[in-house]
Design a protein around this ligand. Structure first.
Ligand code: ADP
Ligand code: MG
Length: 240
């Protein structure tokens, strides 16, 4: 069973097409980067996949559950990073983690979540109000909330932006472990191609609301193994 199955997804704003028929299947254990220029529609696609935005037509299934017909079952299998601007400023980080754990039906903050907080240097911030945290810290909180309960599908919109190098590395290693050991499927929008290249096993290039190119595990390996090639160059070639 695929972790994510998207068919012919279309979405327009004021009659302007933003998603022009997106098809995408993600298998368990796939660590896929979603790359593409600003305005390509990556964030819009991720919002449609998580049900934040309702697509005009097409179908999204998460672990076999239809996002429209069976939203509770579908969303239970999905973790999505939270936009730092949408976090409650008057809760402490710990209170916010407890709240989200409760919403996931967990009795308390899972030990794996506290371990991830430690890896991201968030432990000293746990009892600080979110409104008093720096943007980078709030971004980490948004990521940890998305990963809470280790759902089988993770959708992360530019999670590496603004993270210090140590935390970015810790997050990538954590995601690699989840995909390798737990079979978690990850769709990660990023502009950090050099970073993406070393950790992912698939890359999708989105241009102007369409999936323009899809590099498989084997193709990425060939790019990695060739000292004269890199994903950045392959992306530029694919866009010509
Ligand atoms: P990306 O994440 O790839 O940079 P987005 O999904 O944010 O792209 O945006 C895709 C396109 O949709 C852009 O052209 C953007 O201007 C447009 N868009 C996004 N949100 C809105 C909105 N609320 N109103 C009008 N246009 C929007
Ligand atoms: Mg975006």
């Amino acid at each position: 069973m695929s972790a994510l199955h998207v068919e012919a997804l279309r979405y327009s704003i004021h009659r302007q097409p933003i998603l022009r028929g997106i098809d995408l299947v993600l298998a368990p254990g796939e660590f896929a980067a979603l790359i593409g220029p600003n305005g390509a529609g990556k964030t819009t696609l991720m919002q449609c996949l998580s049900g934040v935005t309702a697509a005009d037509s097409g179908r999204v299934r998460i672990g076999g559950h239809d996002l429209v017909a069976d939203p509770v079952a579908a969303k239970r299998l999905l973790g999505m990073s939270i936009d730092p601007a949408r976090l409650p400023p008057l809760l402490s980080v710990r209170e916010c983690l407890r709240l989200f754990a409760g919403a996931r039906g967990l009795p308390g903050i899972p030990s794996a979540t506290l371990a991830l907080c430690e890896a991201l240097s968030l432990t000293p911030m746990l009892d600080r109000w979110i409104g008093h945290c720096s943007l980078g810290t709030r971004q980490k909180v948004g990521i940890v909330l998305g990963l809470l309960g280790e759902p089988p599908l993770l959708i992360l919109d530019e999670p590496l932006n603004g993270l210090d190098p140590l935390s970015a590395y810790a997050l990538k290693e954590h995601l690699r472990r989840l995909t390798g050991e737990h079979g978690t499927a990850v769709l990660l929008a990023t502009h950090a191609l050099d970073i993406a290249e070393r950790f992912i096993n698939r890359a999708m290039l989105m241009v102007d609301g369409t999936m323009h190119h899809d590099w498989s595990r084997q193709e990425l390996k060939a790019i990695r193994d060739d000292p004269d090639r890199c994903l950045e160059q392959a992306m530029v070639e694919a866009m010509r």
